[in-house]
Write a protein that binds this ligand. Structure first.
Ligand code: SF4
Length: 527
């Protein structure tokens, strides 16, 4: 039932407050689902993170506590109250605790959760998959898969036995005929849950006549674009995109609009309008960062203003790109709403490059939105065939991916062809292989700002090379496959665990100590 990547779910978005999409926005979504499971009255949540994963070392510096608290309070990831969420949750009487476990999980960003509230108690495993995407993978020891794309009903059958579970399944199939899927999860050893997935709110009245099915949970969809089982994919690879573009004489932006309209069962006009709305949020973030907003828990001071008085190298487009990227990263660090594109850590590179280049070229809002759509389609390929999670693929999965996407977007902005845009993406991605994730003091600031700027500069250079007809040699599909393989080979210590590279330098350790001595611990930790 997993659906292909959606532009607005997986690639451009979420709109969010906080340093990291896979830590802050994803945890806000997890917190919100926990709130729903607790009948909107969460009382206590204990979250355990594996010592072998990323969250053990980054959960506070990258805003996991803030996001989880916000979600438990019912705040959306973009709500500006998120910055006080830990305190607000405490005031609301919600106990939030973190602990480290020696247990290892298949995904490096796994949340092992116990939650109490609304007269219920749950044990759950969630994974944060990158770019704010999440999955509920286990509930009360029973494997299942909930990614926030559907209305979900979970009938908690417990240890009723296989025969009784099958009986309820039959009744639900008869009573809920227009659902997308009805799955029996579990076995005699761990118990049973029946998971109903639907594109519409689920009417639970009829099927609960069976005594065994009286205990159930309802979870709403939490993604911007909902899932539908009748989606038929237009293409799965860059080669297929190129063939369709040639056959139908379509631009990359047009193909992106058609793709997302089909994927989300929305109109093509709605797709374009949504991207324009996201572009406006990006531009607002740039504007708001001009006033040099502050936030205590950060490493870098506002620096974008320094560029105005600095000696200018003779490249106005690049200078505009550097400035926009810096302002976007400063907006993120000041906890203003930004658009994760594809992630919060890389929120500067793609929008900053497209907006900066568009201004230099005298292009307007519609051109920028089309460039972002073209970039997003390359992002769909990366989401499908590689990853945006630095915990899985290092910084090449974040800033690297953003660079490849931006290169394709720039070619669209320049009126280049689909093959040229795909070549630009391949060229740009080839240059970022092996880029590690080693943030200083677990904050998403250094070396993150520089890597975003590098991603923008690389995109400009490779878009220019592709427009001149340079050969990428390796086609985009093969580049993305190789990128995935390289990411998986990056040592765990260099995949957002703060256990290697710049994270362990004496200067970084000193900064981390200074931040700890400045901070009042926001949540209870049993580390
Ligand atoms: S180094 Fe790259 S991947 Fe790691 S936190 Fe910074 S921006 Fe994200």
């Amino acid at each position: 039932m997993r659906q292909p990547a959606s532009i607005f779910n997986d690639v451009i978005g979420p709109v969010m407050v906080g340093p990291s999409s896979s830590h802050t926005a994803a945890s806000a979504r997890i917190g919100y689902l926990l709130r729903c499971m607790c009948q909107n009255a969460p009382e206590r949540v204990i979250c355990e993170f594996s010592r072998s994963g990323s969250l053990a070392f980054c959960h506070e510096g990258q805003g996991t506590d803030m996001g989880l608290a916000g979600g438990l309070l019912g705040l959306a990831p973009e709500d500006e109250r998120m910055r006080e969420a830990v305190v607000l949750a405490r005031q609301a009487g919600i106990e939030l605790e973190f602990a480290i476990t020696e247990e290892a999980f298949p995904h490096p960003n796994t949340y092992k959760v116990r939650a109490w509230g609304g007269g219920r108690q749950f044990a759950a495993l969630f994974a944060s998959l990158g770019g704010g995407m999440i999955e509920l993978r286990e509930l009360n020891g029973i494997p299942l898969s909930i990614d926030g794309g559907y209305h979900e009903a979970l009938f908690l059958l417990g240890s009723c036995g296989t025969q009784a579970a099958q009986q309820v399944l039959q009744e639900l199939n008869a009573g809920l005929g227009d659902c997308e899927d009805i799955v029996l999860c579990g076995n005699e050893a761990v118990g049973f849950i029946i998971n109903v997935k639907s594109a519409r709110p689920i009417n639970i009245e009829a099927p609960t006549k069976n005594r065994v099915a009286r205990d159930f949970l309802l979870l709403p969809p939490i993604m911007p674009v909902q899932s539908h089982k009748h989606y038929v994919g237009l293409f799965h690879t860059a080669t297929e995109i190129e063939a369709l573009a040639q056959a139908e004489n379509l631009s990359l932006a047009q193909l992106a609009i058609i793709y997302e309209a089909r994927r989300g069962h929305i109109t093509e006009a709605e797709v374009f309008e949504r991207m324009r709305r996201l572009l406006r949020i990006m531009r607002q973030a740039i504007q708001r960062a001009e006033s040099r907003p502050q936030y205590a828990d950060r490493i870098l001071p506002p620096q974008a203003h320094l560029l105005r008085a600095a000696p200018q190298l003779p490249n106005p487009a690049l200078n505009a790109v550097i400035r926009n990227i810096t302002l976007l990263m400063e907006a993120k660090s000041a906890l203003l709403p930004i658009v994760a594109a594809p992630t919060a850590g890389s929120c500067g590179a793609l929008p900053g490059t497209i907006i900066g280049a568009a201004h230099s070229l005298g292009k307007g809002e519609d051109d920028m939105a089309k460039a972002l759509l073209a970039a997003a389609l390359v992002g769909v390929l990366i989401a499908e065939h590689a990853t945006f999670a630095a915990e899985v693929g290092g910084c090449q999965a974040e800033c690297g991916a953003a660079s490849g996407m931006a290169a394709a977007g720039l070619v669209q902005l320049m009126g280049g062809s689909v093959p040229t845009a795909l070549n630009a993406a391949s060229l740009a991605l080839q240059n970022v292989f092996g880029l590690v994730c080693d943030p200083v003091a677990a904050r998403v600031e250094a070396p993150c700002l520089g890597r975003n700027i590098m991603a923008g500069a690389n995109a400009l250079a490779m878009a220019q090379a592709a427009l001149a007809g340079f050969e990428p040699v390796i086609p985009l599909d093969e580049t993305i496959a190789a990128m995935r393989e390289v990411g998986e080979k990056i040592d765990r210590s260099l995949r957002c665990t703060c256990q290697g590279g710049l994270s362990l330098t004496p200067a970084a350790r000193k900064i981390a100590e200074q931040l700890v001595s400045k901070n009042i611990s926001k949540t209870k930790h049993n580390i």
